[in-house]
Design a protein around this ligand. Structure first.
Ligand SMILES: Cc1cc2nc3c(=O)[nH]c(=O)nc-3n(C[C@H](O)[C@H](O)[C@H](O)COP(=O)(O)OP(=O)(O)OC[C@H]3O[C@@H](n4cnc5c(N)ncnc54)[C@H](O)[C@@H]3O)c2cc1C
Length: 425
């Protein structure tokens, strides 16, 4: 086992993924988290208004998100994600009342676009090929400059899909980030885009098993521990100031800073990081979903974008939701419920509800903001960055967060093995 300790600051999914990977490779790791619970933007909590454990936001994983799935396998939680055995995405158009299900076939050759039963009604096979330029877009191109952001197929499939992945109106988004998501999921066929959901909650799928894994491997996750300052010399960071606790780093210790972009910039002003963010609004209603309600369905021509059916509640996701941040919650809940009632056949009486507004859910996935994302390695040999906002090549997603944690851990592991090589200290 390497002699030093790796201090991971931030117990979001990036920090937990880094810590798990380090623990797996026999490193001594301590995670420091400012909140009273781990998980960051991916967490569950008891909500008194609905009287249930709910998630801060519905999180969708696709089966092509390999880093997430490997992470879950390592922590023994791979069965916590549920979804259909084949890729299928039910949709409803609230304006026309039409319903359809998109069913990409397994395998990379997309014969599903040739089949009326599998593709979007009213679309033609050749319409799907118009998405291809996103796969080779340059770093400065927006989606709206690369493909036509209009038409039936765009409104019924590409806009909902890209809005969910990028959390910004797709026309404004980085074409390169959109291309990366498509390359890793849709372009690989149905096997890579089966929707997966943590039906028992985010914390029991992602957070608590990770925490147990770290502890069982001799490490720890310390809550209520906010890093206030990082002492540094020209080449290395020297100490961590948690207020009452101060840690002086030994030459063998390392630090992974896995806090959100704004926090990282405040701690280390030399770091350039994205500075614009987009919101996500979730609405949760305590009601058993009517029999036959799909686990997840997309909505077009509505305020609702996705409806998730958990055993004890219906939950709605609205992405790129900055326009709703100042909307009074009661009216918003009523408007959302009216659509949910229409979709599910439930009556107009609104069940107990909660609205969760995450103002800074993700960095803005525009070319400008993407260009500000730093690499994991820093100017200080023993300080590495992690987080969905660092340069992963993906938008701010769980897959990006886990990958950033893996990259950070691998840098520390490489440094430690160089340090322990004969003659190097
Ligand atoms: C509502 C919502 C819905 C989403 N839906 C999806 C989805 O469907 N699919 C998907 O893939 N992704 C989704 N995401 C994105 C996903 O949640 C994030 O990409 C991921 O959780 C980010 O993890 P992270 O570890 O990089 O950052 P964070 O989760 O922000 O973790 C950073 C941690 O650092 C801690 N911290 C901050 N400052 C300090 C300090 N000074 N000292 C100690 N600790 C500190 C914070 O408390 C936090 O716990 C969604 C996000 C939101 C908000």
């Amino acid at each position: 086992m390497p002699s030093g300790t790796v201090h991971v600051v931030g117990a979001g999914i990036a920090g937990l993924a880094a810590a798990v990977r380090l623990a797996e490779r026999d490193h001594h790791v301590i995670v420091h988290e400012q909140a009273r619970q781990a998980g960051g933007r991916c967490r569950s909590y008891f909500d008194a208004a609905v009287g249930l454990m709910i998630d801060n936001g519905n999180h969708l994983v696709l089966s092509g998100n390999h880093a997430v799935r490997d992470f879950l396998q390592t922590i023994g939680s791979e069965h916590a994600l549920e979804g259909p055995t084949q890729a299928e995405f039910p949709f409803i158009d609230l304006k026309s009342g039409e319903r359809w299900t998109v069913r990409p076939n397994e395998g990379a050759f997309p014969w599903w676009i040739l089949s009326r039963a599998h593709r979007v009604p009213g679309s033609k096979a050749r319409d799907y090929l118009r998405l291809l330029p996103l796969l080779w877009a340059g770093a400065s191109a927006r989606v709206g400059e690369t493909i036509a952001c209009r038409g039936l197929l765009y409104e019924r499939l590409w806009r909902p899909f890209l809005l969910a992945a990028l959390n910004i109106e797709p026309a404004e988004a980085s074409a390169q980030l959109a291309g990366a998501v498509i390359r890793e999921t849709l372009a690989k066929g149905g096997e890579a885009c089966r929707p997966l959901i943590a039906t028992e909650g985010l914390s029991s799928a992602f957070v608590e098993p990770a925490r147990r894994y770290i502890e069982e491997h001799g490490g720890g996750v310390l809550l209520d521990r906010r890093l206030r300052a990082i002492g540094r010399e020209s080449e290395r960071v020297t100490d961590l100031d948690f207020g009452e606790a101060k840690i002086t780093l030994s030459p063998d210790d390392a630090v992974i800073l896995a806090v959100p972009a704004r926090g990282a910039e405040m701690l280390i002003p030399e770091i350039e990081a994205p500075s614009e963010f987009n919101a996500i609004v979730n609405a949760h209603f305590r009601v058993a979903p009517p029999r036959g309600t799909p686990l997840m369905q997309g909505v077009v021509n509505g305020l609702v974008e996705w409806l998730f059916a958990f055993p004890d509640r219906l939950s709605v996701t609205i992405s790129g939701a900055d326009r709703l941040i100042d909307t009074p919650r009661e009216g918003l809940a009523a408007d959302i419920w009216a659509e949910v009632a229409e979709m599910t056949g439930l009556g107009p009486d609104m069940p107990p509800w909660q609205i969760v507004k995450e103002r800074r859910a993700t960095f803005s996935a525009t070319p400008d903001e993407d260009s500000k994302r730093p690499a994991a390695a820093t100017n200080w040999v023993n300080l590495v960055l992690a987080g969905d906002w660092t340069q992963t090549g993906l938008p701010a997603t769980l897959e990006g967060a886990v990958r950033s944690g893996n990259i950070a851990a691998d840098l520390v592991i490489a440094r430690n093995s160089a340090l322990s090589a004969p003659g190097i200290k």
